[in-house]
Design a protein. Structure first.
Length: 66
């Protein structure tokens, strides 16, 4: 006996496809990184950023005066 597949008859619980699960995982990761980058800066990060900028400015001044 042959069974015909009819749309909507088979109502089992199906996992999303691998592509959908991968896209969801990437979306969650991007959202976390975006929230982290848009969040408040920590004092250590500010000191590091201003320190790097200061070193670059000092380097440029030295190169100009050479």
């Amino acid at each position: 006996m042959r069974y015909q597949q009819v749309m909507g008859v088979r109502r089992g619980i199906r996992r999303p496809s691998l592509a959908r699960r991968a896209a969801r995982a990437v979306d969650v990761a991007i959202t976390r990184v975006q929230e982290w980058m848009e969040g408040e800066d920590k004092p250590g990060a500010l000191v590091t950023g201003y320190g790097v900028c200061g070193i670059v400015v000092l380097y440029l001044i030295i190169q100009i005066l050479r």
